[in-house]
Design a protein around this ligand. Structure first.
Ligand code: HEC
Ligand code: HEC
Length: 334
């Protein structure tokens, strides 16, 4: 994301007040159907806070249609799903940096989208603090979708086929920042990954093999401080010691505090085998490169690396990447 779009977004709460609160009264609507979607009971309680935006199947579905709608970009060619692909755990198609409209290249690597309900900070520098305002950044960013938010809303309004989806979701056809952003949050909240082999082991359904077990030990010794269980991130901005020079100062951009230089949000390692290349700038092309870099830092043996790799592979959630509820759909031919 460029500096401009970030600047206005560093405090999600302010945006919420500006964009969303004034609209809340206009469309308070209780939904008749309760969601069948449930967060995993053995995860910590969710961090997403918006009591008004209770999950319903209709709102989730609307959010999914919006997520895959390329009309939200100026050229009508790029959707959220263009850079966040299900087969890669909703990271990009193995590009260090993503292409936005007119093949413009952004500043950072597209992160996986998973377990966002537990996130307290978004973006590599943690500069956004509420999921509901998150889509404003990519929609308006000149290197991404490059469309003013108002125009995006206008395009949704003009498309008569959306009316029915909004009616089903909200009980009326009010299409505004709030109803659009809330629906996008709903879909994103359902992107839950909790079905990897690691989770099956956690739940006592199966066991690690020998090398995975060893890798898990090494992981617990060196990595869980930041990649904390079970989400495999502590949700903080940290310095992992691997960035020595970079134009991207990370968390410093937000706090202007020297000690935050090169601090980046700890990425969850769920589905990490699928989300290469790695780090905020996509500068590590495969896991071996990452592990080699950490080897020096933590003085690991070669067999530790091999074990770590086996453990990291156990974090791939095949059910998540093939879940049909998350798959790309043609907006009006679902
Ligand atoms: C052109 C590629 C591109 C498009 C299109 C795009 N994103 Fe992203 N997304 C990114 C990049 C790159 C980042 C990280 C930006 C940063 O840290 O500065 C990101 C970050 C995010 C995050 C934060 C994830 C986290 O864990 O911090 C969310 C949520 C997200 N995008 C949702 C969306 C939604 C919703 C849309 C559509 C409205 C969208 N994105 C469109 C590239 C894209
Ligand atoms: C001090 C906190 C910390 C510790 C300890 C730590 N990491 Fe990280 N890790 C991070 C941060 C921060 C990033 C993102 C850095 C960036 O984007 O430049 C990261 C990135 C990664 C990535 C890339 C993920 C992606 O999606 O880009 C992998 C893989 C990884 N770490 C594995 C490990 C392993 C394995 C260990 C233990 C040997 C470990 N980390 C220890 C903080 C840490």
């Amino acid at each position: 994301m460029n500096a401009l779009s970030l600047k206005g977004l560093t405090n999600g709460r302010i945006l919420l007040l500006v964009f969303i609160l004034p609209l809340i009264e206009t469309s308070c609507q209780k939904n008749a159907t309760d969601s069948e979607f449930k967060f995993p009971a053995d995860f910590p309680s969710i961090q997403y806070k918006n009591l008004e935006n209770q999950l319903t199947p209709q709102k989730i579905h609307l959010g999914r249609v919006l997520f895959y709608d390329p009309n939200l970009s100026s050229t009508r060619t790029i959707s959220c799903g263009s850079c966040h692909a299900q087969v890669h755990g909703f990271a990009d198609h193995n590009l260090p940096k993503s292409f936005g409209v007119h093949n413009r290249i952004g500043m950072r690597n597209s992160p996986a989208l998973q377990n966002l309900a537990w996130n307290t900070h978004f973006m590599w520098d943690g500069g956004i603090t509420h999921l509901d305002v998150m889509p404003i950044a990519p929609i308006t960013d000149v290197n991404e979708m490059d469309l003013p938010l108002g125009e995006a809303i206008e395009r949704i309004r003009e498309n008569k086929q959306y009316l029915n989806l909004f009616k089903k979701a909200y009980g009326d056809t009010i299409i505004n920042e709030k109803t659009v952003l809330f629906a996008l949050s709903q879909f994103m909240l359902t992107l839950v990954s909790d079905q990897s082999k690691y989770d099956d082991v956690r739940r006592g359904k199966t066991n690690f093999n020998q090398i995975e077990s060893k890798g898990y030990q090494v992981f617990k010794n060196h990595c869980v401080k930041c990649h904390s269980e079970p989400l495999l991130t502590n949700n903080q901005m940290e310095y992992n010691g691997l960035t020595v020079k970079s134009k991207d100062l990370g968390r410093f951009r937000i706090t202007q505090t020297l000690k935050d230089t090169f601090h980046f949000k700890v990425p969850s390692l769920r589905n990490v085998a699928l989300t290469y290349p790695y780090m905020h700038d996509g500068s590590f092309s495969n896991l071996d490169q990452v592990l080699k870099a950490y080897q020096t830092k933590f003085q690991l043996e070669n067999h530790d690396l091999e074990a770590l790799r086996a453990f990291l592979n156990s974090l791939t959630d095949h059910k998540f990447i093939s879940n049909l509820n998350h798959a790309e759909i043609h907006p009006f031919n679902p």
